[in-house]
Design a protein around this ligand. Structure first.
Ligand code: XMP
Length: 509
């Protein structure tokens, strides 16, 4: 039985980070909303209560039903979770004198406390709370303090129940991993056996069992998630996996050919479908970004559907859905749960009444990469920047035409190639070029020109939710601008986007 840590989510922005850190310790864990506690069984080795944007003093504060949990499993409350445990047992939680946000240092650490073993007095921790535990219930003990917060951590008598006011999962808590290791390994007794190779082995076994001798169809996009899903399925069911890779005419230059080639080298049973003209036809006369997305999505479904129908007796549809797409996030406004929609796969599930299989549904992106590496996925697929489903269609502002696609492919190709040559490609999270619907005056030789403007954009990010523009070296920018204007007919001006997200977005449409 796969051992796991159960994380009950009260809506904190850091909940996913707790899960990622625990998995870095090779321990499997799952996030569940505090009001949808899964069946409690022996696979659960410990429970973590997350932070929350709520105050425990709010009249509508989230209240979990911990019956059957507190007595059975070791428990760790983080921030809101800690305050909740203290308040529930008769402690006092009051608004902080000033909201405590940012770095603090642990000025006191109790000797020989199992949770804090190996942490250094004075180490930095990350605080983010508007309430403070002023008084602990009888039988609770302070195990650590900062200069401003007496109860920075507590334990409940001799029980393995702890609360901490700071966030060990945040990078700025420099010894946070020591604490989490103490909790999951020493206190909960987890074996740390959840590794990429153990995941691969278990998943292949499960896939074989579920699918049996039936056939699966999967749409490859050239991206990491669909490619790793395909490799896992390929290892499990070999030729019964049928992959379809659609050329929508909005891919990068040479992308269709090189990616198809890589897939074939990996032994995948893949069919490339050239549907460029159908997509260009569907996009004629459309300039609104959402209408373009819809037209591209609709055409993709038609093309995929037709190609899938040519495979006899197919009963499964595989998708590259990953964990952040399926976690139910507790909304700040209350316990109503919302599920993020996965913008790559909209519409496909209803198709052809296929059963859905999602081999990566429990993994974070960095874990998908690790699995891919272990499976022998080539770096050109594994480390590539994210690329949106609608492709260059949302990077050509206004109406999309084959000619505009050709210009943008050339610009994009030069930009990406030069980033790689200057060892900058892996430094940025995503880089792209946008063709603006703007002509500007230029001069080339003795001639006046009146041609297109392109914008280059490169950003740093961890998950695409927020992003900062990359400070690419000026020399690099000067060189690429010159080269684009000199080599690519139709472009006479290059600008560099220096906006961050928020308030801007990464893509322009
Ligand atoms: P934004 O522009 O919202 O982008 O800051 C965040 C990330 O999502 C990608 N993106 C998309 N991916 N279909 C996709 O598959 C889309 O319609 C889409 N729009 C944006 C974007 O490239 C970035 O990585």
């Amino acid at each position: 039985m796969q051992e796991m840590i159960l994380i009950l989510d009260f809506g904190s922005q850091y909940t996913q980070l707790i899960a990622r850190r625990i998995r870095e310790l090779n321990v499997y864990c799952e996030i569940h909303p505090y009001d949808k506690i899964p069946t409690l069984d022996d696979s659960i080795k410990g429970v973590i209560l997350s932070g929350s944007p709520h105050s425990v003093r709010d009249h509508d504060a989230p209240v979990p039903d911990l019956s059957g949990i507190g007595e059975r499993y070791p428990m760790l409350g983080v921030c809101y979770g800690a305050q909740y445990i203290a308040l529930k047992h008769g402690g006092e939680v009051e608004p902080s004198v000033s909201r405590e946000y940012g770095r603090a240092n642990l000025s006191y650490i109790m000797d020989n406390d199992e949770l804090l073993t190996g942490m250094t007095r004075g180490c930095q921790v990350w605080m983010s709370h508007g309430d403070t535990i002023e008084k602990l219930p009888a039988g609770f003990e302070v195990i650590t303090s900062t200069a401003d917060v007496h109860v920075a951590g507590f334990k409940v008598g001799n029980k393995p129940v702890y609360g901490i006011q700071f966030h060990p999962e945040v990078y700025h808590s420099t010894e946070g991993m020591v604490l989490l290791h103490n909790y999951v390994v020493n206190i909960c007794g987890c074996q740390q056996t959840w590794t990429p190779s153990s995941f691969i082995e278990t998943t292949i076994g499960e896939l074989r069992e579920r699918i049996g001798g039936e056939r699966v169809v999967l749409g490859l996009s050239g991206g990491v998630d669909s490619s790793v899903s395909a490799l896992l399925l390929h290892k499990a069911i070999h030729k019964n996996l049928h992959c379809i890779f659609v050329d929508n005419g909005l891919l990068r230059k040479f992308e269709f050919e090189t990616v198809l080639d890589s897939y074939k080298h990996l032994g995948l049973n893949v069919r490339g479908v050239d549907a460029k003209d159908r997509f260009y036809d569907a996009l004629k006369g459309i300039s609104d970004p959402e209408d373009k997305r819809k037209a591209i999505g609709r055409t993709f479904i038609e093309v995929f559907d037709e190609a899938a129908h040519e495979i006899r007796d197919v009963t499964w549809l595989a998708q590259g859905t990953i964990y952040p797409d399926v976690i139910e996030s507790v909304s700040v406004k209350g316990p109503s749960a919302t599920i993020k929609s996965h913008h790559n796969v909209g519409g496909l599930p209803d198709l052809m009444n296929l059963k859905i299989i999602e081999p990566l549904h429990s993994l974070f992106k960095d874990e998908v990469r690790k699995i891919g590496r272990e499976l022998g996925m080539p770096p050109n697929i594994l480390t590539r920047h994210p690329f949106p489903g609608p492709g260059l269609g949302i990077r050509i502002l206004g109406e999309v035409t084959p000619e505009k696609v050709r210009i943008l492919q050339e610009v994009d190709h030069l930009f990406i190639e030069r980033l790689k040559e200057h060892n900058l490609y892996d430094e940025v999270w995503q880089a792209l070029a946008v063709l603006l619907p703007v002509q500007s005056v230029g001069v080339m030789g003795d001639e006046r020109t009146y041609e297109n403007v392109v914008a280059l954009r490169a950003v740093g990010s961890t998950d695409g939710m927020t992003a900062d523009w990359s400070r690419l070296p000026q020399e690099f920018l000067a060189g690429i601008s010159n080269e684009i204007i000199n080599k690519i007919p139709g472009v006479n001006r290059v600008v560099y986007d220096i906006s961050s997200k928020p308030p801007s977005t990464i893509e322009w449409e």
